[in-house]
Write a protein that binds this ligand. Structure first.
Ligand code: ADP
Length: 607
């Protein structure tokens, strides 16, 4: 897109208030739509920079912008983060005292606010709408816009009332933002909000700064510790399926000297909130949590997300793992799974009505297939969400890094497995099939007289785990399917082709079997690049200073400066305020407020 006078004005704001020098992908287009007063629908992944798409234009336009957000717990943080940058912002929601909300209304009336965050139910009150017709309204933002759609994963009835906005403010641009939207949800958002010829901008869902890896869970505690040890003093989230697992894992980690806190819906409210706060304020390293944790968490410097159990769908995985690396710096997502996890989820799903149960089972199979994928994991995730990746990620996932070894005689092994399944009348699941191929003396195998089959013991030199893995890989490549009820394996049309030798599957041995070379697994080119030239001891000093300032000013540490800025400071070691202002992420207001203290810290470190 060619640069215009409008872009220069926007870039000036980006530089002055946030200390950024460039637009991120699609920001320029999204901001232009706002400035031109057109409606828009913008889909960008977590960390893609959606907020700036409306915050920067708001500063270029007359009047006040209204931002509708369902996340009451986040509003204060969003407003605090804007205020430290020198932007006049405020919020209105049910968590406020009356006095405070009256003060905000007065400031709005006086034209002193540029960005007002409001909960949807609050916005649609008559008094509020009246006030907005009296003042100069620059535009309206609908954040987390998928909440308006019943097809989305987080429908909120109050969002439906926003349909009226277009009638009440026909001349006002309405801008919808979301990170997760299928085409169906997208169309629904545009229809529900009555957007007029909206500019629709859809970014890439890929998160190139995240590295993905998957491993079978053998010894959960030591596998989790292995990841934590790669991230000393860094923040991470560890997801478990059950509350009991959360408690026991957090306790074992603390006993081993790690600093973690548990988080699940069964904890008393106060304790849960305190644990979350300790995590956000960098007072502990990791939070061990059920999926109850995460909604409304904006912490940008989460460097790893470990799933110590299988998530229930790829949508959940995308969202939960997506909490890593919001600041664009390198972060890793590790999934540890066991076949038992799928059984646990199935038991949980047993109570659901048939229709939603069968969709949920499909979602569960999709995440299991991800675990057994053999292609690039970035590509796998993107394809699931209807996009493609131009080239493999090279070092961004365990598969591209070559942590697994391809099996040479995959066709022969695949045929052995499938013919055993055929001879077992396609009536059994993967563990049983593995037992037959292993030549097990299991009572059930003997009772069914499957020790008489010609396939009995055909893979006896392999471990049961390996055989089970291969069966699952064949499922993920669609040579086999599993029945919904009893998980019996059935041969598909492509399975028959495999049996006839017309197609070859891809089979791999797992890390444990290959005895992975640890240095290769931990190698992360992006991390090397992002830390290049950074004085790590100075970085730690700056981190402590950031924590001090944050607690003194009742801010979250990341609002003072993000990790990227601290790394830049520890790389370039500015000597004057003028040099300080040139650092990425330093705007004028933060330079004025914190510059001196950081410069002193750098000078005294240099001794
Ligand atoms: P989203 O809402 O899409 O998850 P955010 O708006 O929170 O993402 O942005 C993620 C991070 O990226 C924030 O720290 C934000 O300040 C930063 N960011 C946004 N736009 C830019 C940009 N053009 N240059 C540098 N950093 C940016």
């Amino acid at each position: 897109m060619a640069r215009t006078g409008m872009d220069d004005a926007l870039l000036d704001k980006l530089h002055e208030y946030w200390g950024y020098a460039q637009f991120r992908p699609l920001q320029q287009e999204a901001m232009t739509a706002v400035l031109e007063g057109r409606d828009s629908l913008v889909v960008l992944p977590t960390g893609g920079g959606k907020s700036l798409c409306y915050q920067a234009p708001a500063l270029c336009m007359d009047g006040m912008a209204v931002v509708v957000s369902p996340l009451i717990s986040l509003m204060k943080d969003q407003v605090d983060a804007l205020r430290v940058c020198g932007i006049s912002a405020a919020y209105l929601n049910s968590s406020q005292e009356q006095d405070e909300s009256r003060r905000v209304m007065r400031d709005v009336r006086a034209g002193e606010i540029k960005l007002l965050y409001v909960a949807p139910e609050r916005l649609m009150l008559e008094g509020m709408l009246c006030l907005l017709t009296e003042i100069k309204l620059s535009f309206i933002v609908i954040d987390e816009a998928h909440c308006v759609s019943m097809w989305g994963h987080d429908f909120r009835p109050h969002y439906r009332e926003l349909q009226e906005l277009k009638n009440i403010f026909p001349k006002c641009g309405i801008h919808a933002y979301t990170a997760t939207a299928t085409e169906q949800v997208r169309n629904d958002i545009a229809a529900q909000l009555a957007l007029k010829k909206p500019e629709i901008l859809i970014g890439s869902f890929d998160r190139p700064n995240l590295t993905y890896s998957v491993a079978r869970r053998a010894d959960r505690f030591s596998q989790v510790c292995e990841v934590l040890d790669r991230h000393p003093n860094e923040s991470g989230v560890i997801y478990c399926i059950s509350r009991a697992d959360v408690e026991s894992l957090s306790e074992s980690l603390n006993n081993a000297g790690y600093k973690t806190r548990p988080y699940h819906a069964g904890l008393p409210d106060q304790e849960r909130a305190a644990n979350q706060e300790a995590f956000i304020q960098d007072r502990v390293d990791a939070i061990v949590a059920t999926i109850a944790f995460g909604m409304g968490i904006d912490k940008p410097n989460v460097r790893y997300v470990i799933h110590a159990g299988l998530p229930k769908s790829l949508e959940n995985y995308q969202q939960e793992s997506g909490r890593a690396g919001r600041d664009g710096l390198e972060a890793e997502c590790v999934l540890l799974y066991s076949e038992q996890d799928a059984m646990i989820w199935k038991r949980i799903l047993d109570d659901q009505p048939d229709e939603s149960r069968s969709t949920a089972l499909q979602s569960l199979q999709a995440i299991q297939n991800y675990c057994h994928a053999f292609d690039c994991r970035h590509r796998y995730l993107m394809q699931h969400f209807g996009q493609d990746l131009e080239q493999d990620c090279e070092t961004g996932c365990d598969l591209c890094r070559g942590d697994f070894q391809k099996v040479d005689n995959a066709l022969e092994i695949g045929q052995k497995i499938l013919s055993s399944i055929f001879r077992q009348d396609q009536n059994f699941g993967s563990s049983y099939t593995a037992a037959v191929l292993k030549g097990s003396k299991d009572k059930k195998v003997l009772a069914n007289r499957h020790d008489q089959l010609s396939t009995y013991g055909l893979l006896k030199q392999e471990s049961l785990t390996t055989i089970r893995h291969w069966v699952n890989q064949l499922v993920s490549q669609k040579f086999l399917t599993k029945t919904a009820e009893y998980q019996q394996l059935r041969i598909t049309d492509s399975g028959w082709k495999l049996l006839r030798g017309e197609v070859t599957p891809q089979l791999m041995r797992t890390t444990q079997e290959v005895k992975s070379d640890k240095t290769r697994r931990t190698k992360n080119d992006l991390a090397d690049l992002n830390w290049k030239g950074v004085d790590k001891s100075l970085f730690e000093c700056l981190r402590s200073l950031r924590k001090e300032i944050a607690s003194e000013k009742s801010l979250q540490p990341y609002m003072v400066f993000g990790d990227t800025t601290l790394r830049e400071l520890a790389r370039h070691k500015p000597k004057s305020l003028a040099e300080f202002l040139e650092i990425w992420g330093v705007g004028q207001k933060k330079c004025d407020d914190f510059g001196q203290q950081f410069l002193e810290c750098i000078t005294s470190f240099n001794g």
